[in-house]
Design a protein around this ligand. Sequence first.
Ligand SMILES: Nc1ncnc2c1ncn2[C@@H]1O[C@H](COP(=O)(O)OP(=O)(O)OP(=O)(O)O)[C@@H](O)[C@H]1O
Ligand SMILES: [Mg+2]
Length: 152
Amino acid sequence: MADDGRRPILIAYDGSECAGAAIDKVAEEFAPRDVVILVVSEELEKVPFLGAAGVPVEAKTMEMLTAAARKGAQETAERGAERARAGGLEATTAIYEGGPVWSAIVEAADADDAALIALGSRGLSGVKHVLLGSVSGAVAQHSRRSVLIVHS
Ligand SMILES: Nc1ncnc2c1ncn2[C@@H]1O[C@H](COP(=O)(O)OP(=O)(O)OP(=O)(O)O)[C@@H](O)[C@H]1O
Ligand SMILES: [Mg+2]
């Protein structure tokens, strides 16, 4: 970690190009700087509802789904961290399991005492003509910390 005594910047990353642009923007404006690349994995919470929805899912299948979701989240976070390091940032990764996504981001920023939260304006479901996704909008509304929303 860059030992400059400054609090880290939390970058919420869902693997989308817009979230990637948020990493690039933070690198451009703030490198070298400690950043935490956070991926929130909601799938793990949704998995039990497969059962609730009437689809019979065996415990073993559930375990496999959970493991796959966890692995996917870790891989996404690592990709984000590599992109951050390529831009000169000191990156670590964090995975939060369970949603809602915006709430996990707000909590993680508090836990890390982040100086800033950075997100892309849109994410994976990105309908381009809408300016903000639900996650970027809700984080801006609910966090007391400064929020950087990057448009790409
Ligand atoms: N699961 C997640 N983990 C971490 N960050 C996320 C996650 N989902 C979204 N983000 C962050 O929020 C930004 C905006 O994504 P958001 O989900 O709000 O838009 P969207 O996917 O286009 O729309 P929506 O999900 O509301 O249909 C992303 O660029 C990313 O920075
Ligand atoms: Mg989304």
